[in-house]
Design a protein around this ligand. Structure first.
Ligand SMILES: NC(=O)C1=CN([C@@H]2O[C@H](COP(=O)(O)OP(=O)(O)OC[C@H]3O[C@@H](n4cnc5c(N)ncnc54)[C@H](O)[C@@H]3O)[C@@H](O)[C@H]2O)[C@@H](O)CC1
Ligand SMILES: Nc1ncnc2c1ncn2[C@@H]1O[C@H](COP(=O)(O)OP(=O)(O)O)[C@@H](O)[C@H]1O
Ligand SMILES: [K+]
Length: 495
């Protein structure tokens, strides 16, 4: 059964390899049979995606991923396709060795890869170099072959994992294949969906190799891919008091836009009332631009107190700054004990004065803010986003959204969700401010921090995709997402 993404269970590489072994040991499915099934699933995907393909280049590595490649090459040869087979080394595993022998029997002659070797003209390249067994960055001959494949220009079908991608973490530590399609086997590996990996996978199709569901059911997945969702219709007799009162705190001199975007997103995502606590100098512009926002001049904590008392949910940080003004507001807001979303300078201030939250809280760091909160650097965060998100949730006792391609949502109890939507057009100023307002509005409408973070991240990313579909990724600005957000929240399909 082939499954595209959406509401999918995700597994670590260790779990996936355990399931491979269990399929052989407990379900009497020899590794060689699985390899054959993997190859025929991938070959069917290849013919479906590239029906015009007549010539293939299949590149095999030394392990079982290479074995899948030899099997696919033999199948393609049987079907009358012209196949060139390149190998990195003699197979290290028995099953892969058998698959190679089957290839030779089918009339193929594997060619050992050598630096500078010219590659044939083909319609499709099959990447069977490395899968879940990747141990470190590719270098030497393997790296050179990956670079030669990139220079070739034909589309690449990756078997199980694009070679060079760490399927556990999403890290791409060195040269890696950029696939047009990845067919992954048995279970979806979590690392394919986050960080640097999505730039290398193309669409990911999962094929369960017709293994019994009982195989997977014995093992709790490590994470889930978000499913698309909105909110149910409102009660016919709803009034604004039912839908919460968000107070957005931020907008130091020079960064008024951030808090306006946050407040506007909260309005568009259904908060009953939205107040903004900001510098007095911003009031008239804010009122003129968006009169539905209740803007208040707050020059010190004495003016913040009454606003906090009336609010049900806080959004703290957009444009807040880290000066005396921002710090005083931040401290008073956090000490109020109200449910909150913390972003931007709200997080930078938290890194300076860490605390464990006792009120419902959602933190929305990008990798730079996450690094500050963990006391490390961005490279460490990106090397294992799953570990970083979970460590933050445990350290601060809050739901954490680790933003960036394939945003992660982690809860202190270890739950983890991965967002499959979003696009590089969203790498533009103000997108994060918008997300803060979206999640705050959902918290205000009585969702739990986990629900609000999962739904909010999904809505924000899908809205980004809808807006990009209209006029392209470049030049996408945060305000473009407001209308799609509203549509999606009310249940419109995203395609
Ligand atoms: N029952 C099974 O085990 C199944 C395995 N399958 C395939 O087998 C793959 C896993 O096979 P393996 O465990 O053999 O692992 P791989 O084939 O991914 O790679 C392992 C080999 O590569 C070497 N290696 C790792 N990193 C390297 C690097 N950076 N530079 C140079 N050499 C490196 C290792 O020393 C080892 O020889 C899966 O991804 C999947 O494609 C599928 O056939 C389905 C069934
Ligand atoms: N390449 C990308 N793919 C998917 N989502 C992205 C990408 N780049 C940015 N985003 C999303 O856009 C938002 C940017 O937030 P942030 O970095 O805080 O921006 P800002 O501080 O400018 O508001 C996040 O939700 C992030 O996940
Ligand atoms: K591969």
């Amino acid at each position: 059964m082939q499954i595209d993404r959406a509401d999918l269970d995700l597994y670590t590489v260790e779990q996936a390899r355990m399931l491979d072994r269990r399929a052989s040991e407990a379900f009497g499915m020899p590794g060689y049979t699985l390899m054959r099934r993997a190859a025929s699933a991938a070959f069917a995907a290849l013919l479906g995606r590239w029906p015009q393909a007549r010539r293939l280049l299949v590149c095999c590595g030394p392990g079982n991923n290479g074995g899948d490649g030899y099997q696919l090459a033999a199948l393609a040869c049987d079907r009358g396709l012209e196949v060139t087979l390149i190998e990195l080394a003699a197979p290290a595993s028995g099953d892969a060795g058998r698959a190679r022998a089957a290839c030779v029997e089918a009339g193929l002659t594997p060619v050992r890869w050598q630096l500078g070797m010219s590659l044939p003209e083909v319609e499709v390249i099959v990447d069977a170099l490395f899968g879940t067994g990747l141990k470190r960055a590719l270098e030497g001959e393997a790296a050179a072959l990956v670079q030669a494949l990139a220079a070739h220009g034909a589309p690449v079908l990756a078997l199980d994992v694009p070679s060079g991608v760490n399927a556990d973490t999403g890290e791409v530590p060195g040269p890696a294949v950029r696939a047009a399609l990845t067919v992954t086997f048995i279970v979806a590996k979590r690392g394919l969906y986050t960080g640097a990996a999505p730039a290398h996978t193309g669409p990911v199709w999962l094929d369960d190799l017709a293994l019994p569901a009982a195989l997977r059911e014995a093992l709790a997945p490590d994470a889930r891919l978000l499913a698309s969702a909105g909110l149910p219709p409102r009660a016919r007799d709803a009034h604004k008091g039912d839908n919460g009162h968000v107070l957005a705190v931020g907008g130091e001199h020079g960064t008024a836009g951030a808090i306006r975007l946050c407040g506007e997103a909260a309005l568009r995502c259904g908060a009953g009332l939205v107040s903004v606590a900001t510098r007095g100098a911003h009031l008239s512009a804010l009122n003129a631009a968006r009169p539905e926002l209740m803007a208040h001049a707050v020059e010190g904590v004495s003016e913040l107190g009454p606003l906090l008392a009336r609010a049900t949910t806080l959004a703290v940080g957009p444009g807040l700054g880290q000066g005396a003004w921002g710090h005083a507001l931040w401290l008073t807001a956090l000490d109020s004990g109200k449910p909150l979303v913390l972003d931007a300078d709200g997080l930078n201030l938290l890194a300076r004065a860490p605390r464990r939250f006792t009120q419902p809280a959602v933190l929305t760091p990008h990798p730079g803010e996450a690094a500050r909160l963990l006391g490390g650097d961005v490279a460490e965060v990106q090397a294992d986003r799953f570990a970083a998100a979970r460590a933050l949730a445990a350290r601060y006792q809050a739901v954490v959204v680790l933003k960036g391609a394939g945003s992660l949502i982690a809860a202190p109890d270890g739950r983890l969700a991965v967002c499959p939507w979003g696009n590089p057009g969203m790498a533009s100023g103000g997108m994060g401010d918008l997300l803060t307002g979206v999640i705050a509005a959902l918290l205000a409408q009585h969702l739990t921090p986990w629900q609000a973070a999962c739904l909010g991240v999904g809505l924000h990313a899908r809205a980004g995709d809808l807006a990009a579909a209209e006029a392209g990724e470049r030049g996408l600005i945060a305000s473009d997402l407001l209308l799609p957000l509203r549509r999606l929240l009310n249940g419109a399909p995203s395609t």
